[in-house]
Structures are given as structure tokens and as C-alpha cells.
Design a protein around this ligand. Structure first.
Ligand SMILES: [Zn+2]
Length: 250
């Protein structure tokens, strides 16, 4: 099987730390510019990992395993989402890859986690907190997909993965009233804090639907960052933390 191509990764496969820069040397300006142009965060977006031909958002476990193998072979740096955000803020040089999963499907535990553990790769799962233990009732392709329970999310955290928010009811935020928007964001964060020690205050906008109103609301609700859906563009130190871009690797 020919592996799908991950745009850009091959160009940056040997990231090097820029090291300390001395602002009193004439090379400082060029080093700063160089660091800016090379600081490049790619956030991969997955949903279900399973053999599910009716669902175009599901990825076959064999393909997922080959993609992780490919990342390892290319020796790209795979870091946790919070580490990536810190490095972006510090304008740290070099490509970094972040792995994320929307919707908290239970096949993460069986089909994704073992492969990620094999390579030592961190990942973040974004959970719709009011639907855990149920099914993907919002999904237009396969409403039968099962979501993890709170205890399974705790188990996942125990394995070293992190959990962020995906609203309460997987609501399309751009269609919510002001009060619904506030409730979806605030209550999801509260439930994460209540049920899980160490959950991360990062939001994934359901379906990637967001605009200026939603990103401001996410900030106001207490999230430190928020990710969208589907763009093939990478993130740079100047990227709005409430409009982080992600890409699918199909
Ligand atoms: Zn979703």
C-alpha cells in the first residue's frame, strides 16, 4: 500500500534547537527571523480509528499504525499539546507534531493507544462531556459509534494521554444563542475539572464551526487555547491560540 503524503513534514525532518541567542551580536536579527520562519506546529486530527467503511471520518487501524511508523521513520518530534503551546509561545525553532482525537471514541483505547504507546507518542482526546458512555448521536454517517466513559478517560490519562473539551453536547457553536454558547463551553470545562484530575483547558470546536464570537467566548470561559478542523496550514508563534489549525492525514 502506498502511504499517503504528509505535506511539509519531509522539509523539516531534522529540527534543531536554536539554542540561546545573544541580542548583542549582529546575527541576532537573522537568528530571530530564522527561528520565526522555522517554528512550525502541525496538529494532526483524528476521529474514530476503526474499520468502518460507512464513516469517512474513521481511519482504518492499519493505516493509522503505518502513519505512526512513518512519523517515527522520519524522526519528527511528536510532542503533547501543552508542550507545543509552550514552545510556540517561546518561539522555539523546529517542526513539532501534535496528535489529537475528537469525540473520545472508545476505539481509541483498543486501536490507537497501543500504537501510540509503542512509539511513546503523546496525544490529546477531546471529549463531549455530556455524551460520554453513549453514542455519536450527532454524527451523520454512523450514529452507533461508542464514546468512552469517564472512567475510561481517567484510564487514558493514567496511560499518559491528555483530555480536553469538545463542548457538552457536541453543539454547533455558531448556531448557539449567547447563553447556549456560554453554557456549552463553561459546563464542559467544569465537568472535565470535576471528573478528571489533570484534564487540559483546551477546546476543540465541534465540526470546526467557529468565528470571532466563539473564539472570544472560549477565552472568556477559561480555555487557554482552541483548535479548529481540517485546514492544511500549520501553526506559527503568531497564530491565534483560539484558532489553531489542524489537518487530517488520510
Ligand atoms: Zn466532534
Amino acid at each position: 500500500m502506498r502511504l499517503p503524503y504528509l505535506h511539509d513534514v519531509h522539509e523539516f525532518e531534522t529540527p534543531k534547537d536554536s539554542g540561546a541567542m545573544n541580542p548583542h551580536t549582529e546575527s541576532w536579527m537573522f537568528s530571530t527571523l530564522d527561528a520565526a520562519l522555522c517554528a512550525h506546529t502541525v496538529i494532526l486530527m483524528y476521529h474514530s480509528i476503526g474499520d468502518n467503511p460507512v464513516d469517512p471520518h474513521s481511519l482504518h487501524p492499519d493505516i493509522f499504525a503505518r502513519q505512526m511508523e512513518e512519523l517515527s521513520r522520519r524522526r519528527v518530534r511528536v510532542v503533547g499539546l501543552l508542550d507545543a503551546l509552550n514552545e510556540m509561545r517561546q518561539w522555539r525553532k523546529g517542526l513539532r507534531i501534535v496528535i489529537t482525537f475528537d469525540d473520545a471514541y472508545s476505539d481509541f483505547l483498543t486501536n490507537a493507544a497501543p500504537v501510540l504507546k509503542e512509539y511513546g507518542y503523546p496525544a490529546t482526546v477531546f471529549a463531549p462531556t455530556g455524551l460520554l458512555g453513549g453514542n455519536a448521536a450527532w454524527d451523520s454517517y454512523d450514529k452507533g459509534k461508542v464514546l468512552m466513559t469517564w472512567s475510561e478517560l481517567a484510564e487514558l490519562q493514567h496511560m499518559g494521554f491528555s483530555v480536553g473539551g469538545h463542548t457538552v453536547s457536541h453543539a454547533r457553536l455558531t448556531e448557539c444563542s449567547e447563553s447556549e454558547l456560554e453554557r456549552e463551553l463553561r459546563d464542559s470545562l467544569l465537568q472535565l475539572k470535576e471528573h478528571l484530575d489533570g484534564s487540559i483547558p483546551v477546546l476543540s470546536y465541534p465540526g470546526g464551526y467557529f468565528g470571532h464570537r466563539e473564539s472570544l467566548a472560549a477565552r472568556k470561559a477559561g480555555y487557554m487555547a482552541a483548535v479548529g478542523v481540517g485546514s492544511r496550514v500549520a501553526n506559527y508563534p503568531w497564530t491565534n491560540l483560539y484558532a489553531l489549525r489542524r489537518r487530517r492525514w488520510l
